[in-house]
Design a protein around this ligand. Structure first.
Ligand SMILES: [Zn+2]
Ligand SMILES: [Zn+2]
Length: 126
């Protein structure tokens, strides 16, 4: 009975949570942070967009989870200078505006993917 319930609930999990979320490669491109995923998917995250989605305590209030620094607050010319892999689940990006606090879990990077395919997957399933 329990196994049955498990299988039923597994079906409602969105494709997003099923995928292997470790990127095959990460590189800094002219137009943003480029990621290539193990399922063949490719993501380019524009720097300003990514910087504005930083989830660190400076950018998001820890108590209220309110965003304090968003895309609009970020220098339009901000660039990722470098990144460091953190464990095997995230990257820490070194931004040109000297903001080094942000750690971006791979899962978040994939969720932020701006391509039309991922936008469809993000729609709430009813
Ligand atoms: Zn931040
Ligand atoms: Zn995508």
């Amino acid at each position: 009975m329990l196994a049955h319930i498990y299988i039923e609930s597994y079906k409602v999990i969105t494709p997003m949570t099923n995928i292997d979320i470790t990127p095959q490669s990460i590189k800094i491109q002219e137009d943003g942070l480029g990621l290539k995923w193990h399922d063949g998917h490719q993501t380019v995250l524009p720097f300003r967009f990514l910087r504005g989605n930083c989830g660190c305590a400076v950018c998001v209030d820890e108590m209220t989870h309110t965003r304090k620094v968003g895309v609009e607050d970020v220098d339009p010319d901000v660039r990722a200078e470098d990144f460091i892999e953190v464990g095997n689940y995230a990257v820490e990006i070194l931004w040109s505006d000297l903001h080094y606090e942000g750690i971006y879990p791979f899962k978040l990077l994939r969720q932020l993917c701006t391509c039309p395919e991922c936008a469809v997957n993000r729609q709430p399933k009813s």
